[in-house]
Design a protein. Structure first.
Length: 223
């Protein structure tokens, strides 16, 4: 049975590879994702390689094996379904569920996860808009939407995903009426000023370019 640490590494490697569109994740990327030192990562990557869960190349990084990827997708499915379950059944907010799901995902059974999936009606995305892998391990929808930073003034957009899931950022969005499915109009996208402003139904939201890169939207066209 893989340890909690191994499961966390595999899940993080998968998320990095999906986000970057590469089969390989670097030591630095993993260290940043898990908030640990590169030396600690290198030691664990050797362990994953010895366990046939990943292929490790010094100075290049790591690639998940078929077995490693299956386990990583399984953990990602657990995490995202648990987040949604906590929101739907206990009314937790989207800034509260990550840490709770992180603790729970290692303890629940696959049978319970499947029952949760059925109870929720086989949802496609979690509270942050991240796609939920299916029971057969299919992971699709990771490329949905475009960063808000790539839109132009005057465009109408719908919020579909938040990649920066730091609690303080999510709370800031909530306080300004930004939520999945909400529609707003881009007022300004200024490289010179380094800001993107969007008029949401209740408030004008102003974000820095880096934050706008983490908020994904889809363009809404008039019928």
């Amino acid at each position: 049975m893989p340890s909690l640490t191994v499961e966390n590494y595999l899940k993080t490697i998968l998320q990095i590879c999906v986000q970057t569109g590469s089969e390989w994740a670097s030591t630095g990327q993993i260290a940043s994702g898990l908030s640990v030192s590169p030396g600690t990562v290198t030691s664990m990557l050797k362990t994953l390689s010895d366990s046939s869960l990943a292929k490790y190349k010094p100075y290049s990084g790591v690639r998940l094996t078929k077995q490693g990827r299956m386990l990583a997708v399984r953990m990602l499915r657990r995490h995202r379904l648990l987040e949604l379950f906590l929101v739907k059944t206990l009314d937790l907010t989207w800034d509260q569920v990550h840490d709770e799901a992180e603790r729970m995902e290692h303890a629940v059974s696959d049978e319970l996860i499947d029952r949760i999936d059925q109870y929720l009606g086989h949802p496609e995305v979690d509270p942050h808009g991240d796609p939920i892998p299916s029971a057969d391990g299919t992971l699709s929808g990771e490329n949905a939407g475009i960063p808000l930073a790539e839109t132009e003034g005057g465009e109408t957009v719908r919020i579909v995903r938040v990649r920066n899931q730091a609690p303080e950022f999510l709370r800031y969005l909530s306080e300004h009426g930004v939520a999945l499915g909400e529609v707003g109009t881009v007022q300004e996208n200024s490289d010179a000023g380094g800001i993107v402003s969007v008029q949401m139904p209740e408030k004008l939201v102003t974000l820095g370019q880096a934050a706008a890169e983490m908020l994904y939207v889809e363009r809404v066209t008039a019928d």
